[in-house]
Design a protein around this ligand. Structure first.
Ligand code: F6P
Length: 377
């Protein structure tokens, strides 16, 4: 069904993060002000498109949401249209390809474009829906900062800021009690949050999923600090780390999610092992979902706004099949198909890694081995 006014759909998929509402607000206002387009917001990511749950978004609906965390639309990290979980009985799921239903609902609503705001799962689903002919524009979000094609995702700076504040607070207890304080941050298989917050928070040891760690190297670093008269240490751990030859710590598996693995908790194991090797008390703080909540930083608000404005322009101008991106200081775009199914990880030549080495921060492996360890990933 065609509408006289052009219509734009928007959804937020995957884990929530600060800045989603700032993007939604920017899309609605730009669509209304510059393009006279009507905006429809789908509930709970691709679930809303498949199940036809939506509402019209007017400028009043997005008033006052700029600084609010979460997403007014709701989200889901389980709604892959191509492997859609459908409950059978009380607990069992079957997985059906509901992508055609999504296309049908899109068409019957008379939509001209769909803006999908999300991380790698949402971009993978969007690439599939785009291949079926849906005119999609992607917007990159995630606290993990692990999307390829963009220098940074929105949400990352807010999570980094919260983690850094937490490390600052834990520092004082580490000093007072002469302890090893281990702070674990989210980030899945990428170490951006651990490395960024570890550097900004003055961490002494930073463990990344990209560099398998050796307990001995960590012990040596702690002993070296003690010998220098520093009788406490701050260890920042990415949730996806593993020891050389070891495994990541899976805290739970979620059957009906595209990525079934949930990480978190390896720090307890590291603390127990360190205490057995050196005579110093360890404590663990797992920051977890604290990193995803609350208001976006000014940096994330600005980035989210610029992404939202650009995405609305692209949708109105028919520049589909692309994800908006930040390159240097400029907003540009990349094909969604080039983003889907990939992960951007911390590389050994990244300036943050080089800075950590120059600052004498222990990265869990002897400096000379860093490149070698990376090579074996
Ligand atoms: O991708 C964002 C993220 O917060 C990861 O850092 C974390 O591993 C995962 O989502 C947690 O997922 P859930 O909210 O389903 O527990």
């Amino acid at each position: 069904m065609r509408h006289s006014t052009r219509r734009l759909g928007v959804l937020t998929g995957g884990g929530d993060c600060p800045g989603l509402n700032a993007v939604i607000r920017a899309i609605v206002r730009t669509a209304h002000n510059d393009h006279n387009m009507e905006v429809i917001g789908f509930a709970d990511g691709y679930e809303g498109l498949i199940e036809n749950r939506y509402r019209i978004l007017n400028t009043q609906d997005v008033s006052g949401i700029l600084s609010r965390g979460g997403t007014i639309l709701g989200t889901s990290n389980r709604a892959d249209p191509f492997k859609y979980p459908v409950l059978q009985g009380d607990h069992e799921y079957v997985y059906l390809d509901r992508s055609d239903q999504g296309v049908l609902n899109f068409e019957s609503l008379g939509l001209d474009s769909l803006i999908a705001i999300g991380g790698d799962g949402t971009m993978a689903a969007s690439a599939g829906m785009a291949a079926k002919g849906l005119p999609i524009v992607g917007v990159p979000k995630t606290i993990d900062n692990d999307l390829v094609g963009t220098d940074v995702t929105f949400g990352f700076d807010s999570a980094l800021t919260i983690a850094t504040e937490a490390i600052d607070r834990i520092h004082t207890t580490a000093q007072s009690h002469h302890r090893v304080m281990i702070i674990e941050v989210m980030g899945r298989y990428a170490g951006w949050l651990a490395l960024g917050s570890g550097l900004a928070g003055g961490g002494d040891i930073i463990l990344l999923p990209e560099i398998p760690y050796e307990l001995n190297t960590i012990c040596e670093a702690i002993k070296r600090r003690n010998a220098e008269g520093k009788n406490f240490s701050i260890v920042v751990v990415g949730e996806g780390v593993r020891s050389v030859g070891g495994q990541m710590h899976v805290s739970r598996t979620i059957k009906n999610s595209p990525d079934t693995i949930r990480l978190g908790g390896i720090s307890h194991q590291i603390a127990t092992q360190l205490e057995a090797l050196i005579n110093i008390e360890c404590r663990v703080t797992i920051l977890g979902h604290l990193l995803r909540g609350g208001s976006p930083t000014a940096h994330d608000r600005l980035l989210a706004m610029r992404f939202g404005v650009e995405a609305a322009h692209m949708a109105a101008e028919g520049k589909h099949g692309r994800m908006v991106a930040l390159k240097g200081t400029d907003i540009s775009s990349v094909p969604i198909s080039e983003v889907a199914g990939k992960q951007r990880k911390v590389t050994p030549d990244h300036p943050w890694v080089k800075a950590a080495v120059s600052l004498g921060i222990c990265l869990g492996a002897p400096v000379g081995q860093l490149t070698e360890e990376y090579a074996t990933q």
